[in-house]
Design a binder for this molecule. Sequence first.
Ligand SMILES: [Cu+2]
Length: 278
Amino acid sequence: MSRIFVPALAFLSLLAAAPALADQPQPWGIWTQPAASPTMHQIVALNSLITGIILGIVVLVFGLLGYVIYRFRASRNPVPAKWTHNTPLELAWTLGPVLVLVLIAFPSFHLLYSMDRVKDADLTLKVTGHQWYWSYDYPDQKISFDANLVQDSDLKPGQPRLLTADAPVVLPVDTVVRIQTTADDVIHSWSVPALGVKIDAIPGRLNETWVKIDQPGTYYGQCSQLCGINHGFMPIEIDAVPKDQFAAWLQQNQAKQKSSSAGRVQFADTSNRGNNRP
Ligand SMILES: [Cu+2]
């Protein structure tokens, strides 16, 4: 027994010890990415609760099935029973599932409304989806820029393929950030798994959610709405930094923005915009 058990435990502890600071998909990852925001902590908790309930139901149903197959097999019951209804039993198997659904509904609605309502945001980030890149505005700080995919040939060591953007979104940790999304052509979806954010960016509409990042790090995401041929080539890269570093970044880029004739920060050559396919 322990010949299997000990290596299995060692393998599991390896999985748990995976670095949490660059939140991105891992080879052989089977659960969510390490949670890095209050919303994602709640999503993981709800997911665990529901997985537990599902496991309980599977064990109960298969147990009952096994029992019935064994206990009421033909060889043991040559003369079948003739009765058809059992009111207490029918009440139980109707009300039982209703109670389970109500049990799931409470945390589920709680989470839904908590994601929807932006409480006293300290910062606003406006995200616009384009075919096929993202543009970001910090409206109160007067900063705007585009973020394009970094081509395979330009990747530096450590930069993940298809997830690295030429201009990461810089956000402060421990700060409530209001996120507004829209699009200027088709529907996109701004999605960062570790932060528990997945919100559609719809032309002519402004959707809103919020995020509060737990700790500094790099968080990766991708467009999650099929938006055309280069849908897979519009990555999201968030650099979460301490508040003082964020203030320095703001100052630096506000100065850059003022001096740029286009009124937008140019972090990189964007002449290949919309033609991101590697
Ligand atoms: Cu898209």
